[in-house]
Structures are given as C-alpha cells and as structure tokens.
Design a protein around this ligand. Sequence first.
Ligand SMILES: [Mn+2]
Length: 301
Amino acid sequence: MNVHVIEVPMDFGGKRHGSDMGPSAIRLAGLKNRLENLGHKTYDSTPLDLEPQEYSLSGEESLRYLAPIVKGCNQLAQAVEKTFEKGDFPIVLGGDHSIVLGSVAGLSAVAKKQRKTLGVLYVDAHGDFNTPETSPSGNIHGMCMSGSCGIGVPELTNLYYPGTKIDPENVCYVGCRDIDAGEKKLMQKAGVKVFSMSDIDRLGLNTVMQKVTTFFKERVDLIHISFDIDVLDPQFAPGVGIQVPYGMTPREGFLLMEEMCATGQVCSCDIVEVNPVLDVCNQTAKTAVDLLARLLGDTLY
Ligand SMILES: [Mn+2]
C-alpha cells in the first residue's frame, strides 16, 4: 500500500502548546522504517502554510485561534482528499485534535463523490463534543468532533464545504473517561456510540472491539480512526497536553489497532496530541509508531 504521511504541525486547539512538534517526534521515532519493513511505500509532506501560534492572534476567548484553525484544517482537508482519491492511505500526524476537522472534511468529500458511507472511530479520553456554550476552556480541540457532526459554530460545521461532514450515528468512541457535563448531553442527543473506560473494564477490550467492528460493519463502508494518544494511561504516554489518569494500556491500544486492521474497512488514521515538550525520552511518540504499525499489518506472530 502507498502511505502518505501528512504532517500537521499545528497546536492552536489546546491550552498547552508543543504538540506542533508531534510530527517530528513521530518521524524521529522511526515511522518510515517501521512501515516500509511491513512492505508499504511511504511518502511524507505537510500541507500547512501558516504562521505559528506565537505569531497568531487568539481572537475570541470562547473560540480561541478560530481563524488559523479553520485555515490550517482547510489546507489539510485538501491534502487528505487528494491522497484518498488517488487510492493512497493518509496517516495524519498532529498536532492537537482540532485537526480532525480537516481530516474528516477531506475524507467525507471523497466518500460523498464515491457514494460511500463514512464512519469515525474516535479513540480518546475526552469527548471533544463541546460548543462555545458548553466549553469550560474555549479551546477548539474540545469542539472538533461536534463540529464534524454539524453541531456548533458555522465556521467549524461548514469547514471546507457547507454541511455536516459525518452522521453522529456513525461515530463510535472508545476509552472515554473525562467528558464535560454539557458535552455529555450533546453526545447523548446526537446519538454517538460510546464505549467508556468502564465498558472496557466490564467487558474487556476484546469484547468491546467485537462490538465496535460489528457496529461499523452494519452501518458504514469506510472507517476513519482518530486516535488521541491521551486515551492511554499517562504512565505509558506522559507526552500529552492533558493527562487523564486510569487510561488504556498500550497493549489494549495495540489490540484495538489489530482488530481494526482486520476489518479491511479502515481508510485513514490521525494520531494526535503527541507533545514532545512534556514527554520522557520520546516514549509517547514511539508508542504512536507501534500503534500505527499494528494498524497497517504488524503482528507479533
Ligand atoms: Mn482529543
């Protein structure tokens, strides 16, 4: 398979900066070699033409850095659309999670043209389903999935092209454990599927993944995975903007990726919020590489 590694060094969406260095950290951790050893051809580029955060104005407090986020996500959407249309597999390296607005917009544009249904597997400690009214922080990385689902301000819901990018009923979460009260109501109303950390504890990840893959098989043609590395427990992935305790182990993450690989439906993947400034010896980026390798066919035996 041809894999296009799309680097998105953009960290406007979160409070703690430094995830704009995530793509370099993941590249340094050996992504190219790992994927090529699995038999894939890789190429790498960045679509961003943007001033960094230190040179940009944050704008309104309830939607911090809205203008540069919209601009960068439009650039990303175009790159993802082109890659996917060519039949190549986009791996999008964030950056904070606001970039999912761009990935999903680009993919959904192609899915529409091909008359295929798109689903999103959202692997995250958080819901990222706030609006400016419910958000405690005004940070857009907490409003990106609601935006993709058509909920929130028009600048986000109409990003790249007018209209909703993904039907919330085709969105499935795994690993949530820190959801704001207001966003929980929005998620329940929108009808997204959620397997929280408690569900993983109750059922085990293997059973959760059987339910997840059945969910997608029954309702969509294509799956985009948006993997926020903060879903992992901070003891294994300390290099993230917001550490949330009691998370998934890397082994659970690997199993999730292997099971998704086996569906044959996954068409692209983001891996976001790797922040080398807060990391220890680049271990969070190394885990990101291991996760991506499992998604693209690596097995232990
Ligand atoms: Mn997130």
